[in-house]
Design a protein around this ligand. Structure first.
Ligand SMILES: *[C@@H]1O[C@H](CO)[C@@H](O)[C@H](O)[C@H]1NC(C)=O
Ligand SMILES: *[C@@H]1O[C@H](CO)[C@@H](O)[C@H](O)[C@H]1NC(C)=O
Ligand SMILES: *[C@@H]1O[C@H](CO)[C@@H](O)[C@H](O)[C@H]1NC(C)=O
Ligand SMILES: *[C@@H]1O[C@H](CO)[C@@H](O)[C@H](O)[C@H]1NC(C)=O
Ligand SMILES: *[C@@H]1O[C@H](CO)[C@@H](O)[C@H](O)[C@H]1NC(C)=O
Ligand SMILES: *[C@@H]1O[C@H](CO)[C@@H](O)[C@H](O)[C@H]1NC(C)=O
Length: 393
């Protein structure tokens, strides 16, 4: 999907596409960028508690109430983009009429949570559903897990979102990330007033892209473009064949209910899904860190840390690790170059932030950076920006 669209865009963005490895679109590995300051840092991400002991229908009320305006603004922008593509307004009509009834077919607690979000925000249920489907499709990212000499595990990611969903040439930015930044929140999910897991999320979205169960495991998801197309699974689901589950509901269930690295790994590798994905999973012991490459039905490959063989980190963008990345979109090589330059001896929250701040690992789609360390329970997220000159992806 992304690959094809890149070619279509070639005519429109010839300079940028050829320039990913040419300064100023790329740069030497950054140093000393942590603690975050300056033009690439747009602010810290606010924290909210979500109480898992309260009924699913009402557990998001406070958050949605506080962020109602920002959420309605984003949904309006998505509708405007859809209406630009299909000017008749038929698409949104279809969403409002066609998707809403499907919410009842979702498993608990997701069906009730989506209804609760629609209640409080005033956004039609079908559009809340669409908003929740959206992230299965357009998430391009960089995720990594690294182990330091003392056996501490770091897990970090840049979330890049909104590719091809509207370029604002006046601001030289993508439209969707502009609207997502004010919706980015850190969530502390609690039972009995105790943290079960934490995540960085977009308000209104009940799945998980980035999360941690403190002292147990850390998890991020990156989209995987596949020729057999995850989209087939999504279309089949809408038409009534519901064998697979939504990726984002799987990650949420794992964070909420899996009680060890190995159980999390087993569920992520073996549950049938609607779309392919990469799961990046870290545990709490030396050597526990892997990238799971998924097709809809099966795990194709599990790439693990292997300290004895010198694999002290694993790093995933949006391409199978055993293949070359698309030449137009190579964030992997620059990120690995910086990891290699840092060396295991000097890896830390600080130096990982440096890697994720180096262009084009940081690009115009980058919405937030999350840094996690499982045994201390460190979980930090920062809103990002990439002022010109900067690659669109
Ligand atoms: C290790 O990282 C720190 C913090 O970024 C940096 O100041 C220092 O120069 C690095 N040391 C080496 C040996 O690379
Ligand atoms: C674009 O830039 C203008 C002026 O800098 C600002 O007022 C506007 O909010 C920006 N648009 C978006 C979508 O951020
Ligand atoms: C959680 O804490 C609040 C306030 O500190 C208290 O009122 C409530 O009873 C506690 N709930 C549980 C389940 O312990
Ligand atoms: C986690 O398990 C509890 C208890 O079985 C269940 O009620 C809840 O729906 C599960 N959560 C998710 C997200 O699947
Ligand atoms: C690692 O996780 C397991 C549960 O999977 C837990 O029993 C153990 O105490 C954890 N170890 C550390 C060092 O936190
Ligand atoms: C980084 O180091 C690894 C392991 O030595 C090597 O396989 C890889 O090619 C290096 N990558 C870059 C971009 O330097």
């Amino acid at each position: 999907m992304r690959g094809q669209s890149c070619c279509l865009l070639l005519a429109a963005l010839p300079l940028c596409t050829l320039a990913q490895f040419v300064p100023p679109y790329t740069e030497d590995c950054r140093r000393g960028t942590y603690p975050p300051t300056g033009p690439t840092f747009k602010g810290i991400v606010p924290w909210y508690k979500i109480n898992l002991d309260s009924a699913p229908r009402i557990r998001w009320n406070q958050l949605i109430h506080d962020k109602k305006v920002e959420l309605t603004n984003l949904i309006q922008v998505i509708k405007d983009l859809a209406n630009d593509l299909f000017p008749s307004g038929k698409l949104i009509e279809l969403v409002d009429k066609g998707l809403a009834p499907l919410v009842d077919t979702l498993p608990s607690p997701f069906n009730e949570e989506l209804k609760g979000i629609a209640d409080v925000s005033g956004v039609p249920l079908g559009e809340v559903m669409l908003f929740n489907v959206f992230y299965e499709v357009f998430t391009v990212c960089t995720s990594l897990i690294a182990e330091d000499r003392a056996g501490r595990l770091y897990h970090a990611r840049n979330l890049d979102f909104g590719l091809f969903l509207g370029w604002d040439s006046k601001n030289s930015s993508w439209i969707i990330p502009e609207y997502l930044r004010p919706l980015t929140v850190n969530l502390d999910f609690q039972r009995n007033n105790k943290t079960v897991f934490k995540s960085t999320n977009f308000v209104g979205y009940v799945g998980m892209l980035t999360g941690m169960r403190p002292k147990m495991f850390t998890l991020t998801m990156n989209e995987r473009f596949s020729i057999d197309g995850g989209y087939i699974g999504i279309i089949e689901w809408i038409l009534g064949k519901r064998d697979g589950i939504w990726m984002s509901f799987l990650t949420r269930s794992v964070l909420e209910n899996a009680t060890s690295y190995s159980k999390a790994k087993d569920q992520l590798a073996n549950t049938e899904m609607l779309a392919p994905a990469y799961f990046i999973l870290g545990g709490n012991q030396s050597g526990e860190g892997c990238v799971i490459t998924r097709s809809r039905t099966a795990s194709l490959d599990i790439w693990e840390l292997d300290l004895k063989k010198g694999t002290w980190y694993v790093l995933e963008t949006n391409y199978d690790h055993w293949k070359e990345p698309l030449f137009l979109d190579n964030r992997r090589t620059p990120a690995m170059k910086c990891m290699n330059q840092t060396t295991q001896a000097n890896i830390s929250i600080e130096t990982i932030y440096d890697v994720l701040t180096t262009k084009p690992v940081l690009n115009k789609l980058t919405t937030y950076t999350t840094l996690m360390e499982v045994s201390e329970g460190t979980f930090e997220s920062y809103l990002r920006d990439c002022p010109d000159p900067c690659m669109p992806w």
